[in-house]
Design a protein. Structure first.
Length: 364
Protein backbone atom coordinates (compact mmCIF):
# COMPACT_ATOMS: atom_id res chain seq x y z
CA UNK A 1 0.00 0.00 0.00
CA UNK A 2 1.57 3.33 -1.01
CA UNK A 3 2.61 5.68 1.75
CA UNK A 4 0.10 8.46 2.43
CA UNK A 5 1.11 11.90 1.22
CA UNK A 6 2.12 14.26 4.02
CA UNK A 7 2.73 18.02 4.06
CA UNK A 8 6.30 19.32 4.09
CA UNK A 9 7.90 19.88 7.48
CA UNK A 10 11.15 21.42 8.66
CA UNK A 11 13.63 19.17 10.48
CA UNK A 12 17.34 19.06 11.18
CA UNK A 13 19.28 16.85 8.76
CA UNK A 14 18.28 13.32 9.76
CA UNK A 15 21.77 12.03 8.94
CA UNK A 16 23.43 14.67 11.17
CA UNK A 17 20.70 15.74 13.61
CA UNK A 18 23.07 17.52 16.00
CA UNK A 19 24.99 19.72 13.56
CA UNK A 20 23.57 19.47 10.04
CA UNK A 21 21.55 21.98 8.06
CA UNK A 22 17.78 22.22 8.28
CA UNK A 23 15.93 20.13 5.68
CA UNK A 24 12.41 20.12 4.30
CA UNK A 25 10.89 16.61 4.39
CA UNK A 26 7.59 15.51 2.88
CA UNK A 27 5.88 12.49 1.28
CA UNK A 28 4.50 12.71 -2.26
CA UNK A 29 3.17 9.96 -4.49
CA UNK A 30 4.18 7.33 -1.94
CA UNK A 31 7.82 8.46 -1.91
CA UNK A 32 9.75 10.33 0.77
CA UNK A 33 11.36 13.53 -0.46
CA UNK A 34 13.76 16.06 1.01
CA UNK A 35 15.19 19.47 0.21
CA UNK A 36 17.98 21.32 2.01
CA UNK A 37 17.51 24.93 3.14
CA UNK A 38 21.27 25.43 2.97
CA UNK A 39 21.53 26.81 6.50
CA UNK A 40 21.94 25.59 10.05
CA UNK A 41 20.24 28.65 11.50
CA UNK A 42 16.64 27.91 12.52
CA UNK A 43 15.27 31.41 11.92
CA UNK A 44 16.80 31.61 8.45
CA UNK A 45 15.52 28.12 7.68
CA UNK A 46 11.98 29.12 8.71
CA UNK A 47 12.03 32.05 6.29
CA UNK A 48 13.44 29.87 3.48
CA UNK A 49 10.77 27.23 4.21
CA UNK A 50 7.95 29.79 3.93
CA UNK A 51 9.22 31.13 0.60
CA UNK A 52 9.89 27.62 -0.74
CA UNK A 53 6.35 26.46 -0.04
CA UNK A 54 4.93 29.59 -1.61
CA UNK A 55 6.86 28.92 -4.83
CA UNK A 56 6.33 25.16 -5.03
CA UNK A 57 2.83 24.55 -3.75
CA UNK A 58 0.89 27.51 -5.07
CA UNK A 59 -2.10 25.96 -6.89
CA UNK A 60 -2.83 26.97 -10.47
CA UNK A 61 -6.41 27.69 -9.45
CA UNK A 62 -8.31 28.22 -6.25
CA UNK A 63 -8.94 24.92 -4.47
CA UNK A 64 -11.46 23.88 -1.86
CA UNK A 65 -10.40 24.59 1.76
CA UNK A 66 -10.05 20.88 2.54
CA UNK A 67 -7.42 20.65 -0.25
CA UNK A 68 -5.21 23.40 1.21
CA UNK A 69 -3.07 22.87 4.32
CA UNK A 70 -3.16 25.35 7.18
CA UNK A 71 0.65 25.37 7.14
CA UNK A 72 0.57 26.52 3.52
CA UNK A 73 -1.85 29.33 4.36
CA UNK A 74 0.48 30.49 7.14
CA UNK A 75 3.53 30.27 4.88
CA UNK A 76 1.81 32.25 2.16
CA UNK A 77 0.82 34.97 4.62
CA UNK A 78 4.32 35.16 6.11
CA UNK A 79 5.95 35.39 2.70
CA UNK A 80 3.62 38.23 1.74
CA UNK A 81 4.01 40.13 5.00
CA UNK A 82 7.67 39.70 5.98
CA UNK A 83 8.86 42.51 3.71
CA UNK A 84 6.22 44.91 5.05
CA UNK A 85 6.77 44.61 8.80
CA UNK A 86 9.46 46.23 10.92
CA UNK A 87 10.07 43.07 12.97
CA UNK A 88 9.91 39.96 10.73
CA UNK A 89 11.22 37.67 13.45
CA UNK A 90 8.40 38.65 15.79
CA UNK A 91 5.84 37.85 13.08
CA UNK A 92 7.43 34.47 12.44
CA UNK A 93 7.44 33.64 16.16
CA UNK A 94 3.75 34.49 16.40
CA UNK A 95 3.01 31.79 13.84
CA UNK A 96 4.91 28.97 15.57
CA UNK A 97 2.20 27.72 18.00
CA UNK A 98 -0.35 27.74 15.17
CA UNK A 99 1.96 25.81 12.84
CA UNK A 100 2.84 23.24 15.53
CA UNK A 101 -0.76 22.43 16.42
CA UNK A 102 -2.33 22.55 12.95
CA UNK A 103 0.47 20.60 11.23
CA UNK A 104 -1.24 18.13 8.90
CA UNK A 105 -4.65 19.81 9.09
CA UNK A 106 -6.29 21.44 6.10
CA UNK A 107 -8.10 24.76 6.22
CA UNK A 108 -11.34 22.85 5.75
CA UNK A 109 -10.69 20.85 8.93
CA UNK A 110 -11.06 23.97 11.08
CA UNK A 111 -14.22 24.04 13.16
CA UNK A 112 -15.29 25.07 16.66
CA UNK A 113 -14.28 21.74 18.18
CA UNK A 114 -10.75 21.97 16.76
CA UNK A 115 -10.37 25.57 17.92
CA UNK A 116 -11.54 24.55 21.41
CA UNK A 117 -8.97 21.73 21.43
CA UNK A 118 -6.24 24.21 20.41
CA UNK A 119 -7.19 26.58 23.25
CA UNK A 120 -7.21 23.75 25.81
CA UNK A 121 -3.81 22.48 24.71
CA UNK A 122 -2.26 25.95 24.74
CA UNK A 123 -3.59 26.65 28.23
CA UNK A 124 -2.38 23.29 29.50
CA UNK A 125 1.04 23.88 28.00
CA UNK A 126 1.55 26.97 30.16
CA UNK A 127 1.10 25.02 33.39
CA UNK A 128 -0.39 26.63 36.49
CA UNK A 129 -0.02 30.16 35.09
CA UNK A 130 -2.30 29.30 32.19
CA UNK A 131 -2.66 31.31 29.01
CA UNK A 132 -4.83 34.41 28.90
CA UNK A 133 -7.71 34.78 26.47
CA UNK A 134 -6.02 37.89 25.06
CA UNK A 135 -3.03 35.83 23.92
CA UNK A 136 -5.25 33.16 22.40
CA UNK A 137 -7.23 35.84 20.57
CA UNK A 138 -4.03 37.23 19.04
CA UNK A 139 -2.86 33.79 17.93
CA UNK A 140 -6.21 32.78 16.44
CA UNK A 141 -6.61 36.21 14.83
CA UNK A 142 -3.31 35.52 13.08
CA UNK A 143 -4.74 32.23 11.78
CA UNK A 144 -7.95 33.93 10.65
CA UNK A 145 -6.02 36.65 8.84
CA UNK A 146 -3.84 34.07 7.05
CA UNK A 147 -6.93 32.19 5.84
CA UNK A 148 -8.57 35.41 4.67
CA UNK A 149 -5.41 36.34 2.76
CA UNK A 150 -5.38 32.94 1.06
CA UNK A 151 -8.97 33.49 -0.06
CA UNK A 152 -8.21 37.04 -1.26
CA UNK A 153 -5.23 35.78 -3.28
CA UNK A 154 -7.43 33.07 -4.83
CA UNK A 155 -5.60 30.13 -3.32
CA UNK A 156 -8.82 28.77 -1.81
CA UNK A 157 -12.39 29.16 -3.02
CA UNK A 158 -13.75 30.47 0.28
CA UNK A 159 -12.56 31.37 3.74
CA UNK A 160 -13.33 29.43 6.89
CA UNK A 161 -14.49 31.27 10.00
CA UNK A 162 -12.27 31.05 13.07
CA UNK A 163 -14.21 31.60 16.29
CA UNK A 164 -12.17 33.72 18.70
CA UNK A 165 -12.29 33.57 22.50
CA UNK A 166 -14.23 36.45 24.05
CA UNK A 167 -12.33 39.69 24.34
CA UNK A 168 -11.10 40.01 27.91
CA UNK A 169 -12.60 42.79 29.96
CA UNK A 170 -10.72 44.66 32.62
CA UNK A 171 -9.38 47.97 33.73
CA UNK A 172 -6.37 49.41 31.97
CA UNK A 173 -3.36 49.55 34.28
CA UNK A 174 -1.83 53.00 34.66
CA UNK A 175 0.62 54.43 37.16
CA UNK A 176 -0.23 56.92 39.84
CA UNK A 177 2.13 59.87 40.24
CA UNK A 178 3.65 58.20 43.31
CA UNK A 179 4.25 54.93 41.43
CA UNK A 180 5.81 56.76 38.48
CA UNK A 181 8.13 58.71 40.76
CA UNK A 182 9.15 55.52 42.55
CA UNK A 183 9.88 53.79 39.24
CA UNK A 184 12.07 56.68 38.10
CA UNK A 185 13.76 56.90 41.49
CA UNK A 186 14.89 53.27 41.49
CA UNK A 187 16.10 53.53 37.89
CA UNK A 188 17.97 56.79 38.38
CA UNK A 189 21.64 56.97 39.27
CA UNK A 190 24.06 59.83 39.63
CA UNK A 191 25.95 61.09 36.62
CA UNK A 192 29.13 59.11 36.22
CA UNK A 193 32.46 60.92 36.48
CA UNK A 194 34.63 61.78 33.51
CA UNK A 195 36.97 59.12 32.25
CA UNK A 196 39.93 60.56 30.33
CA UNK A 197 37.85 63.68 29.79
CA UNK A 198 34.93 61.72 28.32
CA UNK A 199 31.62 61.34 30.22
CA UNK A 200 30.71 57.76 31.02
CA UNK A 201 27.23 56.33 31.34
CA UNK A 202 25.82 54.52 34.32
CA UNK A 203 24.19 51.11 33.99
CA UNK A 204 20.60 52.36 34.23
CA UNK A 205 20.77 55.89 32.85
CA UNK A 206 19.18 54.91 29.54
CA UNK A 207 16.23 53.34 31.40
CA UNK A 208 15.58 56.57 33.32
CA UNK A 209 15.45 58.51 30.06
CA UNK A 210 13.17 55.88 28.50
CA UNK A 211 10.76 56.17 31.43
CA UNK A 212 10.62 59.95 31.22
CA UNK A 213 10.01 59.93 27.46
CA UNK A 214 7.30 57.28 27.79
CA UNK A 215 5.47 59.01 30.63
CA UNK A 216 5.63 62.48 29.06
CA UNK A 217 4.85 61.58 25.42
CA UNK A 218 2.78 58.39 25.66
CA UNK A 219 4.54 56.82 22.69
CA UNK A 220 5.06 53.10 22.21
CA UNK A 221 8.28 51.33 23.15
CA UNK A 222 9.36 50.79 19.53
CA UNK A 223 8.87 54.48 18.67
CA UNK A 224 10.96 55.61 21.64
CA UNK A 225 13.82 53.19 21.01
CA UNK A 226 13.99 54.11 17.31
CA UNK A 227 13.91 57.88 17.94
CA UNK A 228 16.92 59.73 16.52
CA UNK A 229 18.20 63.16 17.49
CA UNK A 230 17.55 64.26 13.92
CA UNK A 231 13.83 63.62 14.57
CA UNK A 232 13.69 66.30 17.27
CA UNK A 233 13.41 69.98 16.34
CA UNK A 234 14.40 71.87 19.46
CA UNK A 235 13.78 75.23 17.76
CA UNK A 236 10.13 74.43 17.04
CA UNK A 237 9.77 72.02 19.98
CA UNK A 238 8.42 69.24 17.72
CA UNK A 239 9.20 65.52 17.82
CA UNK A 240 8.77 63.72 14.48
CA UNK A 241 7.95 60.16 15.49
CA UNK A 242 7.29 59.15 11.88
CA UNK A 243 10.11 60.77 9.86
CA UNK A 244 10.37 60.71 6.07
CA UNK A 245 11.76 57.39 4.84
CA UNK A 246 10.56 55.27 7.75
CA UNK A 247 8.59 52.16 6.84
CA UNK A 248 4.92 52.83 7.64
CA UNK A 249 2.90 50.39 9.74
CA UNK A 250 -0.65 50.26 11.06
CA UNK A 251 0.56 51.84 14.30
CA UNK A 252 0.13 55.56 13.76
CA UNK A 253 2.99 57.78 14.85
CA UNK A 254 2.23 61.51 15.14
CA UNK A 255 4.34 64.61 15.19
CA UNK A 256 3.92 65.88 18.73
CA UNK A 257 4.94 68.96 20.66
CA UNK A 258 7.93 68.50 22.92
CA UNK A 259 6.80 68.91 26.56
CA UNK A 260 8.80 71.52 28.46
CA UNK A 261 9.42 69.05 31.30
CA UNK A 262 11.00 66.59 28.86
CA UNK A 263 13.00 69.16 26.87
CA UNK A 264 15.50 69.80 29.68
CA UNK A 265 16.27 66.08 30.07
CA UNK A 266 16.79 65.63 26.34
CA UNK A 267 19.08 68.66 26.07
CA UNK A 268 21.15 67.41 29.01
CA UNK A 269 21.47 64.01 27.36
CA UNK A 270 22.44 65.59 24.04
CA UNK A 271 25.20 67.66 25.66
CA UNK A 272 26.66 64.64 27.41
CA UNK A 273 26.67 62.33 24.39
CA UNK A 274 26.78 64.52 21.25
CA UNK A 275 28.04 61.69 19.02
CA UNK A 276 25.07 59.37 19.58
CA UNK A 277 22.69 58.94 16.65
CA UNK A 278 19.78 57.62 18.71
CA UNK A 279 18.25 59.27 21.73
CA UNK A 280 18.02 56.21 23.99
CA UNK A 281 21.36 54.43 23.87
CA UNK A 282 23.62 52.45 26.17
CA UNK A 283 27.35 52.81 25.72
CA UNK A 284 26.64 54.63 22.47
CA UNK A 285 24.61 51.80 20.93
CA UNK A 286 20.90 51.78 20.14
CA UNK A 287 18.67 49.28 21.92
CA UNK A 288 16.40 46.66 20.37
CA UNK A 289 14.54 46.04 23.61
CA UNK A 290 14.43 47.21 27.19
CA UNK A 291 12.27 44.55 28.84
CA UNK A 292 14.91 43.17 31.19
CA UNK A 293 16.01 46.53 32.63
CA UNK A 294 12.38 47.66 32.86
CA UNK A 295 11.31 44.57 34.78
CA UNK A 296 14.23 44.95 37.18
CA UNK A 297 13.10 48.50 37.95
CA UNK A 298 9.49 47.37 38.40
CA UNK A 299 10.56 44.73 40.93
CA UNK A 300 12.75 47.22 42.78
CA UNK A 301 9.87 49.69 42.94
CA UNK A 302 7.61 47.04 44.46
CA UNK A 303 5.16 47.12 41.54
CA UNK A 304 3.34 44.13 40.05
CA UNK A 305 5.04 41.87 37.50
CA UNK A 306 2.21 39.34 37.06
CA UNK A 307 -1.56 39.38 36.74
CA UNK A 308 -3.91 42.04 35.45
CA UNK A 309 -2.01 44.81 37.26
CA UNK A 310 1.46 43.98 35.99
CA UNK A 311 3.52 46.92 34.82
CA UNK A 312 5.12 46.66 31.35
CA UNK A 313 6.60 49.27 28.98
CA UNK A 314 3.19 49.83 27.35
CA UNK A 315 1.87 50.86 30.77
CA UNK A 316 3.66 54.19 30.22
CA UNK A 317 1.38 54.91 27.25
CA UNK A 318 -1.71 54.06 29.31
CA UNK A 319 -0.40 56.32 32.05
CA UNK A 320 0.18 59.33 29.80
CA UNK A 321 -3.27 59.02 28.21
CA UNK A 322 -4.91 58.69 31.64
CA UNK A 323 -3.06 61.68 33.05
CA UNK A 324 -4.09 63.82 30.07
CA UNK A 325 -7.72 62.97 30.71
CA UNK A 326 -7.44 63.50 34.46
CA UNK A 327 -5.98 66.96 33.82
CA UNK A 328 -8.91 67.81 31.55
CA UNK A 329 -6.91 68.09 28.31
CA UNK A 330 -9.08 68.68 25.21
CA UNK A 331 -9.74 65.27 23.68
CA UNK A 332 -8.81 66.28 20.12
CA UNK A 333 -5.48 67.66 21.36
CA UNK A 334 -4.84 64.47 23.32
CA UNK A 335 -5.61 62.30 20.26
CA UNK A 336 -3.15 64.23 18.11
CA UNK A 337 -0.49 64.18 20.80
CA UNK A 338 -0.76 60.42 21.39
CA UNK A 339 -1.45 59.31 17.82
CA UNK A 340 -4.71 57.72 18.92
CA UNK A 341 -8.23 57.77 17.51
CA UNK A 342 -10.95 59.61 19.39
CA UNK A 343 -12.92 56.36 19.64
CA UNK A 344 -10.03 54.58 21.39
CA UNK A 345 -9.37 57.52 23.69
CA UNK A 346 -12.99 57.81 24.80
CA UNK A 347 -13.49 54.07 25.17
CA UNK A 348 -10.39 53.38 27.26
CA UNK A 349 -9.56 56.65 29.01
CA UNK A 350 -12.52 59.02 28.61
CA UNK A 351 -14.03 58.15 31.99
CA UNK A 352 -11.04 59.80 33.69
CA UNK A 353 -11.91 63.20 32.16
CA UNK A 354 -13.48 65.61 34.70
CA UNK A 355 -16.31 66.37 32.26
CA UNK A 356 -17.18 62.68 31.73
CA UNK A 357 -20.95 62.26 32.22
CA UNK A 358 -21.03 65.52 34.19
CA UNK A 359 -24.24 66.65 32.49
CA UNK A 360 -26.03 63.44 33.42
CA UNK A 361 -24.71 63.41 36.97
CA UNK A 362 -25.66 67.05 37.57
CA UNK A 363 -29.14 66.43 36.20
CA UNK A 364 -29.92 63.73 38.78
Amino acid sequence: MPRRSSPPRLERDRKRPSEGNWYIYWTEGGRSREHSTGTGDRDQAELYFAEWKLRRFRPERAVEPHEFYVADAISHYLAKRLDDVTDPERLANAAKPIIRFFDGYSVGDINDALIKEYCQKRRKGRGDKGLKDGTLRRELSFLSTAIRRAEEDQLITRKIAVRLPPKPEGRIRFLTCEEALMLIRVSRSFDSPLQDGVPTESKTEHLTLFLRIGLLTGQRKEAILSLRWSDIDFDSNIIYWNPVGRRRTKKERPSSRLPARLRKYLLRRRRRFPEDEFVVTHRGKSLQNIKRAFRTAVVSAGLETEGDRKVVPHTLRHTCATWLMQKGAPKWDACGFLGMTLETLEKNYGHHHPDHQRGAADAI
